[in-house]
Design a protein around this ligand. Sequence first.
Ligand code: GLN
Length: 279
Amino acid sequence: MKKNKIAVAVALCMAAVLTACGGTAKTETTKAAGAETTKAGAETTVAAETTKAGAESSAAGGKLVMVTNAEFPPYEYHDNNDIVGIDADIAKAIADKMGMELEIQDMAFDSLIPAVQSGKADFTAAGMTVNEDRKKNVDFTDTYAQAAQVIIVKDGSEIKAPADLDGKKIGVQTGTTGDIYAGDIKDGNIQRFNKGMEAVMALSQGKVDAVVIDREPAKVFVKENAGLKILDEAFTEEEYAIAVKKGNTELLEKMNAAIKELKDSGELQKIVDKYITAK
Ligand code: GLN
């Protein structure tokens, strides 16, 4: 009798071990480790940086590791413990088309390109603007969204157009195109923040005169903070794309094929419409 019990226990234990090695157990393992949990519907594993994901990162291993900075609604943001948004959904749709599992890791915006360059991640989807400097370090897919840097000011501000930014205190998110291009402002005093939202809060508190940031997050932040507005004239026009390691043409081509399918089928627009209601 006792022997039988032990046998059952051993069998259960083995089953547990086997499950832990299987794909579906990742969710539980991640949760148990106190790391960030999974996306609703358990379609996407959202693992913290502390998991072994880095070592496993390989498009050939059936899993695609994406890095992003989830402080950028509606493209990527935290919804409780999940990372959701347009980029998360597009990446999931691309991974589905490639028959691969998707894992999303959250990190500082200026760590994204290094993570892709070092192979810690397969790609970054982060509302990332394509520009010549970045092209030296990563390869970009075809673009999937039109974007812009806009200017947020307080209601009643004397800043009414980009030209009025000369000599002003400008809040930006570190390493973004807002940060890069605000450098062109004559006598501008650039104040850098880790999160776009922090720059917007500094504006509310009168610590900066304006914030230069991407249009869609700007709309979200202005909605959440009374007394702010977005100037009609944009600061720059830009385009977003996904970035992969330089020379990883195999992944780049697969992603481009998937992006094309998503565009042609209208699925991409559907994802955008899910997160951006009023144009
Ligand atoms: N589009 C901007 C850039 O690429 C900002 C992106 C972001 O903050 N996630 O720099």
